[in-house]
Design a protein around this ligand. Structure first.
Ligand code: C2E
Ligand code: CA
Ligand code: CA
Ligand code: CA
Length: 273
């Protein structure tokens, strides 16, 4: 009812008009920025603590401003979703990731995977599976080098469609990671049916580890991944003690500021060497 058009009409205040104008302006700017190829991907290392190696990176979109700062994806991804631009933008992200994989291989880092975030609307668009297949063939990358990160809300949005699509992607050899695990509600029922390879512990749980209850939550997530034979990775790891605790509980892959924030491609190559 919150988004009911009738309610909006009844309560359409000048402030709301301003907000709508701002949103439309934001969407226009976003489209223009995308056409002008202003977006870049940054990559955040994912460490395997047992091996002491970077085994993957997560691709994160950045929209740089002229002054060197950048617009947060938390701001523009929702606009990209509302406007539908996310479908083209998301495809661009996957293609960039494929290019980056080729570059990593050429530099001798064929053991490094790339994880890409995928939105709900990309799943609703029928072309996703074919687009991914085309890109993998075109860039001749091993499908297992590519991981798609989806959130629980994507699955819950249209379980049947998403499960079928995930099935096709998984058959192709692409890895699937469930992002922000624990932030949704009813995904446990689908967890068993989903062709998943990895479960990602949300940073809010990692940051909550100084309480015994917080530890208990993480511990049960880690146990669940091990029982379901899924890989486990913790995001938002910022301190040594968080990392030590995670290892002790059996999660030996970590991503977070403790190691590095997301960085541009050239810095990633330097980081890996
Ligand atoms: P996410 O997928 O949960 O990504 C993790 C976010 O946590 C990233 O924020 C990352 O920079 C941040 N982070 C990493 N390590 C730490 C840490 O140690 N502490 C804290 N506090 N934060 C950390 P970012 O880059 O601002 O992205 C925000 C969200 O925007 C992402 O959340 C994702 O949902 C979305 N996003 C980013 N890139 C894309 C994209 O290409 N496609 C789609 N659909 N969504 C994207
Ligand atoms: Ca993610
Ligand atoms: Ca996440
Ligand atoms: Ca998150």
């Amino acid at each position: 009812a919150k988004n009911s058009p009738f309610r909006s009409v009844a309560w359409f205040t000048p402030e709301m008009e301003t907000r709508v104008r701002e949103r439309l302006g934001g969407i226009r700017a976003l489209r223009e920025g995308f056409e002008q190829q202003e977006f870049v991907l940054h990559y955040q290392p994912q460490w395997d603590l047992e091996q002491g190696l970077v085994t993957g990176v997560e691709a994160l979109l950045r929209w740089p401003r002229a002054d060197g700062s950048s617009v947060s994806p938390a701001e523009f991804i929702p606009l990209a979703e509302q406007s539908g631009l996310i479908v083209r933008m998301g495809l661009w992200v996957i293609e960039q990731a494929c290019r980056q994989l080729v570059q990593l291989c050429e530099a001798g880092h064929e053991g490094v995977r790339i994880s890409v975030n995928v939105s709900m609307l990309q799943f609703r668009n029928a072309g996703l599976v074919d687009s991914v297949r085309t890109l993998i063939n075109e860039y001749r990358i091993a499908p297992g080098q590519l991981t798609l990160e989806i959130t629980e809300s994507v699955v819950m949005d249209e379980p049947k469609l998403v499960l079928t699509t995930l099935g096709s992607l998984s058959e192709m050899g692409v890895r699937i990671s469930l992002d922000d695990f624990g932030m949704g509600f009813s995904s446990l029922a689908y967890l068993r049916q989903m062709p998943l390879h990895e479960l990602k512990i949300d940073k809010s749980f990692v940051q909550d580890m100084d309480s015994p209850q917080g530890v208990a939550v993480i511990e049960s997530i880690i146990q669940l991944t091990s029982r379901l034979q899924l890989d486990c990775i913790a995001e938002g790891v910022e301190t040594d003690s968080q990392q030590a605790k995670l290892r002790q509980l059996g999660c030996h892959r970590a991503q977070g500021f403790l190691h590095a924030a997301a960085m541009p491609s050239d810095r990633l190559l330097a980081y890996l060497s």
